[in-house]
Design a protein around this ligand. Sequence first.
Ligand SMILES: Nc1ncnc2c1ncn2[C@@H]1O[C@H](COP(=O)(O)OP(=O)(O)OP(=O)(O)O)[C@@H](O)[C@H]1O
Ligand SMILES: [Mg+2]
Length: 374
Amino acid sequence: MPDLPPSRLLIVDDEVSLMEALREILSAEGYDVTGATSGAEALDCLQRGKFDVIMTDLMMPHMDGMALLRAALAGDPFLVGIVMTGHGSIPSAVEAMKAGAIDYVLKPFKLSTTLPALERALLMRRLRLKNAELEQRVRERTAELEAANRELDAFSHSVSHDLRTPLRAIAGFTEILSRRHAAALPSEARRLLELIQAGTLEMDQLTDALLAFSRLGHEPIERRPVDLAQLGREVFAKLEGEQANRRVEFAVQALPPVAGDPTLLRQVLVNLLVNALKYTRPREVARIELGCIPAAGPDETVFFVRDNGVGFDLRHAERLFGVFQRLHHADEFEGTGVGLATVRRIIERHGGRIWAEAAPDAGATFFFTLAPAA
Ligand SMILES: Nc1ncnc2c1ncn2[C@@H]1O[C@H](COP(=O)(O)OP(=O)(O)OP(=O)(O)O)[C@@H](O)[C@H]1O
Ligand SMILES: [Mg+2]
């Protein structure tokens, strides 16, 4: 690689002649080689300059190769160490590798084994640096994304908050207008007034939903063991009370406890069960099930809410989790389109994932993952 600067090696051996010989040979091979004859001198070199690889003898007076390696790696965790050892001391070479060296070469040196060891060490060095760079980039991108998210939340929070005041003024004045002056208005004007009132009501619900959704962004998450089956039964009992003259069968499996925020997880079940009840309305008997899929892995459990309702075309599934995205028309099924966006945000804030399976007229299943309670 002609455009790279030569790799910098630090050779440490208390036998000056050996160190000098090796320095000469490796310099001739194109490396930028510095020599040291003791651990202290080597550490001094490391303080003053940058090195890619340190090749050290193991047996040296005062500070041996192991102690030097430990000190050197503590100063630069990306530095790569090779130990040099005589035939008799392979076990200590193995010890040195445990202390952080990645390879050893035997004395007397053979270029045919030393050069490949050096190349491996340099490759390791490049990988370590690249890895650190990538990790740093991920950290930066994550911080940027988090900042952008916070900004977006703050924005939607203030927009929905600030819109409420003029909106409530419109609602208030149209209310007065229709109460006091309806009799004086022609029927066409009364009809338009009703449309304005319906519009303001809808917008009021949308801003409330958006406000609640944006709040989810900053509230801290508490983690406690939660029994979703129990929570599901409680939520369903409340919702069922609102379903006059409907036949709904609700089945709940025994579910393993999860670690999560009970208030937020209740919101997840409320939204999913409200949807299941709503989109099964045309069914003679609605069948709704809350269950889980046997262990996907030790770190997550997959839960689902399934219904036998009107379903939807899976091609639009991803869209449904966005704010204000609806597949069904408000004439048929009322709603603001914030429910599933809320559910997704809560699940993701718990470190989980959510997805759907459905088909038109064949019911829908919403799956989500949560971490099991410890
Ligand atoms: N169980 C379901 N069966 C069929 N379609 C569904 C189901 N759940 C959600 N959907 C579709 O996904 C859309 C988005 O759902 P979401 O819960 O976000 O909004 P919504 O129920 O319309 O309104 P909101 O929950 O805000 O009152 C719905 O409008 C509907 O088209
Ligand atoms: Mg909904």
